[in-house]
Design a protein around this ligand. Structure first.
Ligand code: DGY
Length: 327
């Protein structure tokens, strides 16, 4: 009998075969870009496991077109690219990579926050373009972080790691838990409803998952609730923010700036963001460290191989069935 097969939709930062070991075949799509749906189906035909990226849409049609599939191992902590209900109905395991990208994403959040608050982008460009003509008392004044209030929208692992870093910078912290986002009256304390978080924070940073409840959560009304001059940082999922409304809030001078690693229609970026000095833009680098990407690949491949060997995966988001595929 042929070995069960894992199909990996993208080149990883490590050699997949070294993680998976004997008895399981691994096929890796050669290109750095997502294979179009038709090609993906051709390449993955007969595979019992798929290792997918956050940019691969895993919907009911894809699951039906790959009837041998037993596990989708997402090389990401976010699961918004996968129709979890469709997987559940078909008893296909879905796994993800929690924990290993917490620090990398929290660090990048602070890199963005500092770049925005201290105007690093403008300063760097000034030097490179030969426009730096010496120190002056008023050159590119930004804002310090000590004593400022950081509103953390979504208080899971990454939100909490950001709070930890923020406390070292002397920031006051408010947070709202995205699983129970509340608008309206609340008890005093660091956990507040979304309206209070928006109204009181000097910086709002987004760390919730993208779900039907959080899609478009920061639209025109929510952005208008933010303090005048406040900053917005997003390293979670772009579609939590209505980009058109954000551009409007920046154009009106209501917000002081935005720093984004993720986009509503990624990889497209709203053209109204591109030319602004008070906007910092990165290409979805939250988890992009050598160490983190190695761990993400190990977790995703490891869980895919576990299912194919008849073992329970370590990081399931959807429980499937084990019995039919045993190496
Ligand atoms: C994730 O894991 O969800 C990240 O967005 C990938 O960097």
């Amino acid at each position: 009998m042929a070995d069960p097969r894992i199909f990996v939709t993208r080149q990883l930062s490590i050699d997949a075969r070294t993680v998976v070991g004997p008895g399981v075949e691994v096929l890796v799509h050669a290109g750095p870009d997502a294979p179009p749906r038709g090609l993906l189906l051709d390449l993955a035909r007969g595979a019992q496991a798929l290792v997918t990226m956050p940019t691969d849409l895993v919907d009911a049609a894809l699951l039906d077109a790959l009837p041998d599939l037993r596990v989708v191992a997402n090389h990401a902590v976010g699961l918004d690219n996968i129709d979890l209900q469709a997987a559940r109905e078909r008893q296909i395991w879905v796994t993800h990579t929690p924990g290993v990208l917490t620090d990398a994403t929290a660090e990048l959040t602070f890199a963005l926050l500092l770049a925005l608050a201290r105007r690093l982008r403008e300063g760097e460009r000034m030097v490179r373009e030969g426009r730096f003509s010496g120190w002056t008392p008023t050159l590119l004044l930004g804002h310090g972080l000590r004593g400022k209030t950081l509103g953390i929208l979504g208080y899971g692992r990454i939100g909490q790691a950001v709070a930890h870093l923020a406390s070292a910078f002397g920031m006051e912290i408010l947070y709202t838990n995205s699983r129970s986002i509340r608008w309206g009256p609340e008890e005093p304390g660091p956990e507040v409803g979304l309206d209070t978080l928006l109204e009181r924070s000097d910086v709002v940073t987004i760390h919730c998952a993208l779900t039907p409840a959080t899609r478009g959560l920061l639209g025109a009304e929510a952005l208008a609730r933010m303090k005048r001059g406040a900053l917005l940082v997003n390293t979670a999922r772009g579609a939590v923010v209505d980009e058109g409304a954000l551009v409007h809030a920046l154009e009106q001078g209501h917000l002081g700036g935005a720093a984004l690693d993720v986009y509503e229609r990624e990889p497209e970026v709203h053209p109204g963001l591109l030319g602004r000095d008070n906007v910092v833009l990165l290409p979805h680098l939250g988890s992009a460290t050598e160490e983190t990407r190695r761990r993400m690949a190990e977790l995703a491949l490891g869980d895919a191989a576990r299912v194919l060997r008849g073992q329970t995966p370590l990081h399931p988001a959807v429980v499937g069935r084990l019995s039919e595929v045993q190496a």
